[in-house]
Write a protein that binds this ligand. Structure first.
Ligand code: ADP
Ligand code: ZN
Length: 717
């Protein structure tokens, strides 16, 4: 049962307490608390938030508030496994029932449900539908969450027929609140979800789609070398994180992977053409930080819950904004700064257009392609364009996209435009971009010469500019509508009527100035990053390296992925805050109780070691503080001794000291009334002999505590 009788304030207080205790976060993100409150109050809900927006907590916290268990329907086996492990790492009893483990294990888990030993159960829709008829209606189900709920809609991009049978949930368990969650924005899908699930008195929440920690960058018509430079410098920059290169085709992914492995990077491919085994292995290696990069088609990522993806590159223009946003959204789920770069080549358009020709919904898809194209070509803050696509209005520029950080400087580009346009006319509109640039720059390739282009009047008029510069300007002429690409005619360029006006001096042209890409610098960066350690490591660098190593060791010992020990955002906080004792460690955002207990020693140890602080008298104070911290978390003295690996007597000593200093007064927690009275009795009768007399009956530490209590009571009379 969910505690629906509580007032909103009570629910929110408890929820915040659980957030801190299990997840180590001090506050909720927008909407989370409202959603949790409504769920506890028994409402059906649809929740729309972007990937990485924090949907999971919306049902995990109610699960912890309820007395029974919460079911999470999830279509992806690997995701189920990751999420179960992530919850276990926070100390939350979770399990999943799935086809990857034996039926015995599955049956055992299902049996445990009734016993209240499991708080969160992940299950596939198929399995749920199979079990639901067998289940006792009295099973203590608090809440049913349906993840990736857009799979229910034929309008969505990921329709799964089995999802449509989930309406059965409401038939069988009409009283149990259902929460449907998705990151897919479009309205048709959203309406479909609530209708198909037969949600009653249902409320809808739409979170902001903004992901401020993701930087946005688009490069128009980059060359192959430039692409590779950018990718390798990202790998080098994020040595401890990983990235994904999304490619349009399997062949593209294979080729990119080869380029990267040839250069010594830990890379793998992922696409639908590989066997399930191969794909699982890649996913597994990626999750456990053993790969720096995966070159993938869009098939990759659905089942990835890895929170430390530091960068995403689109090697090609994605087919629509939804897919693009979902794919870049896989970066930075831990909230740490992450980079995204899209390479946009005109040849991508041709390929995508041919896909559209073969697709069922031609006009919708063509419209969607138009929208992503105009995003890629935008001259205003990209985040504003992106969010407005999801009907979210942003009233300021983001400062974290390439347009914001490198605002285009404009100049009168009439001469530049006329040179290019006139060359196009003089070739009889029979050349593509590359040939046009070669003509302008006076190159003498064999095709150029054989077609006689070296004889036209505009040959060589653009020798003063590099290939990259011309490429940049011609791209703008296309975006501005002076030139168009005839996709059906070998991508030849055509001058539009607007272009003709420019040629005739009847229109002004303002172009954005070309900025030299910093490729030399990034090449240098790669060398020092990969082949040798940089010469002067700062304390922070050193600490980071040590912490990453420590994290790997802990992960190995537990057989979990390193980011499940602590994620990158937390790791960076440790580097920044340099906690020197348990208390400081515990106050870091994202470290819940369980992680404090399991990991503080190792991480604080690394901090102290790196800073050259040796354990000494100073650390005694810290251990008393640690004891207090654990007492406040409701651990008993025996448990505290166990966690800290010291004798119980030592902990009793700490407690006595805490009582003497008026820092602890929850006495029944540490000594029974009986024992306390017994000690008092002995000391009243014969103070000199008391300790000796009590020796066999009550531990000396407890006697000390009793004496401290009596002094405390005298002081506070
Ligand atoms: P989604 O399921 O919407 O893709 P997640 O639930 O996986 O997103 O959350 C993404 C990340 O954000 C996780 O690392 C999660 O721990 C973190 N997160 C969620 N809620 C909060 C919060 N209130 N404060 C800080 N971090 C949060
Ligand atoms: Zn911006």
């Amino acid at each position: 049962m969910l505690p629906s009788n509580l007032s909103e304030q009570e629910i929110q207080e408890r929820a915040t307490g659980l957030l801190r205790r299990f997840f180590g976060y001090s506050s909720f993100r927008p909407l989370q608390l409202e959603i949790i409150t409504d769920a506890v109050k028994g409402h059906d809900l649809t929740v729309l938030m972007p990937t990485g927006g924090g949907k999971s907590l919306c049902y995990q916290i109610p699960a912890l508030l309820g007395s029974g268990f919460t079911i999470v329907v999830s279509p992806l086996l690997s995701l189920m496994k990751d999420q179960t492990e992530a919850l276990l790492a926070c100390g939350i009893p979770a399990a999943s029932v799935n086809s990857l483990q034996s039926e015995d294990i599955n049956d055992d888990i299902l049996r445990k449900l009734a016993g209240g030993k499991i708080k969160v159960l992940y299950i596939s829709p198929e399995r749920l539908l199979m079990e639901i008829d067998r289940w006792n209606r009295d099973l203590p189900i608090d809440l049913i969450a349906i993840d990736e709920a857009h799979c229910i809609s034929q309008w969505g991009h990921d329709f799964r027929p089995v999802y449509t049978q989930l309406s059965k949930i409401k038939e069988v368990f009409p009283e149990v609140p259902v929460m449907a969650l998705t990151a897919t924005a479009d309205r048709l899908t959203r309406d479909d979800i609530s209708a198909q699930l037969r949600l009653t008195n249902h409320k809808s929440y739409i979170g902001s789609f903004d992901r401020p920690n993701l930087s946005l960058k688009v490069m128009v018509n980059p060359g192959k070398t430039q692409k590779l430079n950018i990718i390798t410098s990202l790998i080098d920059k994020y040595r401890f994180g990983a990235g994904v290169v999304y490619c349009m085709s399997r062949k593209g992914a294979e080729a990119m992977n080869k380029e990267l492995t040839d250069r010594g990077y830990k890379s793998a491919v992922y696409h639908a053409g590989l066997s399930a085994d191969e794909r699982n292995r890649t996913q597994e290696m990626f999750s456990s930080d053993r790969l720096q990069v995966v070159c993938a088609t869009i098939a990759f990522g659905m089942g990835i819950d890895k929170s430390n993806i530091r960068w995403v590159v689109h090697n090609n223009l994605p087919k629509n904004i939804e897919s693009y946003y979902q794919e870049i959204g896989r970066a930075g789920r831990d909230g740490a700064k992450s980079e995204t770069v899209m390479f946009y080549s005109y040849s991508d358009i041709i390929t995508l257009q041919s896909f559209i020709e073969d697709s069922g919904q031609k006009s919708i898809n063509a419209e969607k392609l138009e929208r992503i194209k105009s995003y890629a070509e935008s001259n205003v803050c990209r985040r504003r364009v992106l969010l407005s696509y999801f009907n979210e209005i942003m009233t300021h520029d983001c400062g974290n996209c390439d347009v914001c950080t490198n605002p285009p400087v404009r100049f009168d580009g009439k001469i530049v435009a006329q040179k290019a346009l006139s060359a196009v006319v003089r070739t009889g509109q029979k050349v593509g971009i590359t040939m046009l640039i070669d003509i302008l720059r006076g190159m003498s390739g064999s095709e150029l010469v054989s077609k006689g282009y070296h004889l036209i009047k505009t040959y060589g008029v653009g020798r003063d500019m590099s290939f990259g510069q011309w490429n940049h300007y011609i791209s703008q002429l296309i975006q501005l509508g002076m030139l168009e690409i005839a996709y059906e005619e070998h991508n030849h360029l055509r001058v539009t009527s607007y272009g003709v006006k420019v040629l005739k001096n009847e229109a002004e042209v303002s172009l954005a100035k070309y900025v030299q890409p910093d490729s030399a610098a990034s090449r240098k960066g790669r060398k020092s990053g990969r082949q040798e350690e940089p010469r002067h490591l700062s304390t922070d660098d050193l600490l980071r390296i040590n912490l990453v190593k420590a994290r790997e060791e802990l992960a190995k010992k537990e057989g979990i992925a390193p980011y499940l020990v602590v994620n990158d955002l937390v790791l960076e906080s440790i580097v920044r805050l340099k906690p020197r004792d348990m208390e400081a460690f515990a106050s870091i955002e994202g470290i819940g109780e369980r992680r404090v207990i399991k990991y503080w020693k190792k991480f604080v140890g690394e901090v102290r070691k790196t800073l050259g602080i040796h354990s000494s008298a100073a650390s005694q104070g810290a251990t008393v503080k640690e004891t207090l911290w654990l007492l406040e978390k409701n651990f008993s003295p025996v448990e505290i001794a166990d966690i800290k690996g010291v004798k119980t007597g030592t902990i009793y000593g700490h407690i006595a000291e805490l009582i003497d200093n008026d820092r602890f007064n929850d006495f029944p927690r540490v000594i029974s009334r009986n024992n306390y009275l017994k000690v008092m009795d002995e000391y009243q009768k014969n103070p000199d002999q008391a300790a000796e007399n009590l020796k066999d009956e009550i531990e000396y530490g407890l006697v000390k505590i009793a004496l401290s209590i009596s002094k405390y009571l005298l002081r506070h009379k």
